[in-house]
Structure formats: structure tokens, C-alpha cells
Design a binder for this molecule. Structure first.
Ligand SMILES: NC(=O)c1ccc[n+]([C@@H]2O[C@H](COP(=O)([O-])OP(=O)(O)OC[C@H]3O[C@@H](n4cnc5c(N)ncnc54)[C@H](O)[C@@H]3O)[C@@H](O)[C@H]2O)c1
Length: 391
């Protein structure tokens, strides 16, 4: 396996600058690339700020100082020359296929032959991105969770032509990157399927939430009462969470899964209307709630009595079973551990082993009530076949 010394990170935004910080902390030489000086300078400033904060708290390690680490960081707005000595490239530019393909084409033409090209895409096909290069065996997905310095999970995704060696290098680099919350979990995702492991497992709950939001809307039930159903059971109630994530992002991912997995993921009436009215949540100040005075604190005294959180666990278990059926990962333990490392919540298989029969029946009823066939239990869930699996 080649020695990795020089890492080039393309895109100095939210994910790119944070990835650059942990790569420096791991001891690599890092070059941060963007399209304009101001963008790359902004990213470099954030890297320095992040390192300084850790240094002040004594978390950079014995004798390690920000200035020394910053000495190993270069910046560039010329991608072709930036990748000339790269051993490993991590692309973290905007989520746009044409832009990503253009970036990979330039990297392919200018990086040394041994260089691995990784993409941090959340939704796009690794195989399609790799097709812009003549080294498809050396292209992999490397999916970080936000922010990389705090979230332990990094999914390493195989495109159709990724070699075992490229995947092993991806895992090795992932494991070498420090995380403030403990040991990294860097599973291999064996198939290039939408959402990879953790995002995919959590995606179908949106079908259920969309159904309930539209029901509230039709029956004139205030969002506060819907959110009150989750009081004390979720770290953030659903509508506050949707505003926080961004209604446009929810709509975008819903449409993406509608195209790639099932039309049942299509955003509902409420979400579609909110996007049309530019009520996108925190970022536009108005969403389900008014954010002008900071995070809203809904009154939880009156409940709608609609949301059944047990159903969200059942939906997660069903999707976890689909991931196993499709051969996306090596076993259920990987899915549970990935969920914990990426979302800080337990995966569905622990509780699912005891509840799968009851939950299968609940999902049959939910699919009948909503008319969304994707919510029906898959064969592996219905048979409880996963209970006998060892890993
Ligand atoms: N934000 C998240 O929570 C998150 C989580 C996991 C993965 N991702 C993925 O990471 C990638 C980056 O997301 P982000 O949130 O950091 O976005 P961002 O908008 O914060 O940053 C993207 C950066 O890429 C730069 N850029 C655009 N075109 C470029 C080009 N041709 N060459 C170099 N730089 C270019 C932009 O100027 C910008 O600075 C996306 O693919 C996204 O899906 C994001």
C-alpha cells in the first residue's frame, strides 16, 4: 500500500475546512483548494481558529502547537497544480454532479498515477463521478458526518469499479483522523446505493412525517401540538428539527430518493408549499416557526396525539433490513454502530430483535393507512431472518 503524506482537499466550505483541520492534526501535509482567494482564505482562517481553540483547551497533544500545524497547510485556487504531488484527494465541493465531474477530470489529468480520488458527496453516485476519470479503480466515496471533528463515522463507499486496495487506503486514512468524541468508526459500504448506510436508514421516516404534516394541515392542527407529541422523546421535536435542517434541504433529499428509491419519498403538500413560499426555516428566519429570537421553544402542554415514535424505529429497522438484503454492508452490527457513530442514537436492530413481529404488523397497517407501499415490511423484516444473523 502506498504511503500517504500529501492530502489535497477541494472545497474550503463547511465540510472541507473541518476535514483539513483533522488531516493536519493527524500529521498530513494538507493543501486546501477553492475557486476564489476569499473562499480559501476563509477556510484557512477557520482551520486556524479550530486548532487554536483546541490548543487553548490542551487538546492538540503534548508539544503540538497551532503554528506548527498551520505550517503544513498550503492553500490554492489552481486545482491542476495543487494536485501535482497529491497522494490522496478529498473532494468536498458543492453537491452538483457537473461540478464534481469537472473537478475529478482535472484531478485525473494532473494528479500522480497512484493518487486516490475520494468524494464526500452525501447523495450522488460514486460510480458516475468516477466515470469522469480514467482511474475508476482509484475513486471511492468518503462520507463524513457534520462536523467531522465531532462525528465518529466516516463511510467508505465502493463505486462499481473501486479496487479493494483503494477502499483499504480510504479506511486507513479515515481511521487515522482524530475525533474529539472517541474512536473513529470507518465501515466499508459495499454497494453504491442512494444514501449509503446511515442517511438511507433514516430517510424513510420522512415519508411518515410528510404524511403526518399534511394531516395536521388538513385538520388545522398547530405544529406546536404535533411537536408536543415528541416532548421528552426526541432531542429536538420534528418541526423544530426540520426548520433547523432547512425545508429546502428536506425537499431536495426527498426528491432525490423519489427518483432513486421510490416515488413515495416525494415531498408532501406542506413541505412543497413552504419551499414555494421561501419559508425554509432557520436560514430564512421563518419556517414552521419564527426564528427571529433564536431557537423556538414550542409549548408542550397540548398534544396532537398523532406521532407514534415506535413507528419511526420500525421504519428504521425495515430500511436496515433492506440494506442487508441489497448487500450494502457486511451485517447488522455495522448498521447499528454506524448509526451510533454518525447520529449519536442507537441503531434499530437491538430493539428490533424483540419487536420485529409487532413492528411488521404496525408497518403493514401504516402502509395501508398512508397508501405508501414503501413502508411495507420487506421480506427479511417480515421473516425475522436477521435475528439469527451473527454479525
Ligand atoms: N454539510 C453537511 O452536513 C454535509 C455532510 C456530509 C457531506 N456533505 C457533502 O460535502 C460536500 C460539501 O458540502 P459543504 O456543506 O461543505 O458545502 P459548502 O457550500 O459549505 O462548501 C462548498 C465549497 O466548495 C467550493 N467550490 C465550489 N465549486 C468548486 C470547484 N470547482 N473547485 C473548488 N471548490 C469549489 C465553494 O466555493 C465552497 O467553498 C457536498 O458534496 C455535500 O453534499 C455535506
Amino acid at each position: 500500500m502506498v504511503d500517504i503524506n500529501n492530502i489535497v482537499i477541494i472545497g474550503a466550505g463547511l465540510m472541507g475546512h473541518n476535514a483539513a483541520q483533522i488531516a493536519l492534526m493527524a500529521g498530513y501535509n494538507v493543501t486546501l483548494v477553492d475557486i476564489k482567494d476569499e473562499f480559501v482564505d476563509n477556510g484557512v482562517a477557520k482551520v486556524e481558529e479550530g486548532l487554536k481553540k483546541l490548543e487553548e483547551k490542551g487538546k492538540l497533544g503534548e508539544g503540538v502547537v497551532t503554528a506548527n500545524l498551520m505550517g503544513k497547510l498550503k492553500k490554492s485556487i489552481d486545482l491542476a497544480s495543487a494536485v501535482k504531488d497529491a497522494d490522496f484527494v478529498l473532494e468536498a465541493v458543492i453537491e452538483n454532479m457537473n461540478v464534481k465531474k469537472e473537478v475529478f477530470k482535472t484531478c485525473n489529468e494532473n494528479a500522480p498515477e497512484h493518487c486516490i480520488l475520494a468524494t464526500n458527496t452525501s447523495t450522488m453516485s460514486i460510480t458516475e463521478i468516477a466515470s469522469a476519470t480514467s482511474r475508476e479503480d482509484k475513486v471511492i466515496g468518503m462520507h463524513f458526518f457534520n462536523p467531522p471533528i465531532l462525528m465518529r463515522l466516516i463511510e467508505i463507499i465502493a463505486g462499481e469499479k473501486s479496487s479493494d486496495e483503494s477502499m483499504d487506503i480510504g479506511v486507513k486514512i479515515g481511521e487515522s483522523l482524530p475525533c474529539l468524541r472517541g474512536k473513529r468508526f470507518v465501515p466499508k459500504v459495499l454497494k453504491d446505493r442512494p444514501g449509503f448506510i446511515v442517511n438511507r436508514m433514516n430517510a424513510p421516516s420522512q415519508i411518515y412525517f410528510n404524511y403526518l404534516l399534511d394531516k395536521c394541515d388538513a385538520e388545522g392542527i398547530p405544529w406546536e401540538q404535533f411537536d408536543a407529541d415528541a416532548a421528552g422523546k426526541m432531542p429536538m421535536p420534528p418541526c423544530v428539527l426540520f426548520d433547523y435542517i432547512g425545508i429546502d434541504t428536506l425537499s431536495h433529499t426527498g426528491n432525490y430518493y423519489a427518483k432513486t428509491l421510490s416515488p413515495d419519498f416525494k415531498p408532501g403538500k406542506v413541505i412543497t408549499r413552504m419551499v414555494e413560499e421561501n419559508k425554509l426555516g432557520r436560514k430564512t428566519v421563518q419556517g414552521f416557526y419564527d426564528w427571529s429570537k433564536g431557537r423556538p421553544k414550542p409549548d408542550t402542554s397540548k398534544k396532537a396525539g398523532l406521532l407514534n415514535l415506535e413507528l419511526t424505529f420500525a421504519i428504521g429497522l425495515n430500511e436496515g433490513c433492506r440494506l442487508l438484503e441489497e448487500g450494502v454492508c457486511t451485517g447488522f452490527k455495522v448498521i447499528d454502530e454506524a448509526n451510533m457513530a454518525g447520529m449519536n442514537t442507537p441503531g434499530p436492530f437491538g430493539a428490533g430483535k424483540k419487536n420485529w413481529e409487532k413492528w411488521s404488523k404496525m408497518l403493514e397497517d401504516l402502509a395501508a393507512e398512508t397508501g405508501k407501499d414503501y413502508l411495507k415490511p420487506c421480506a427479511l423484516m417480515k421473516s425475522g431472518g436477521f435475528v439469527k444473523m451473527r454479525k
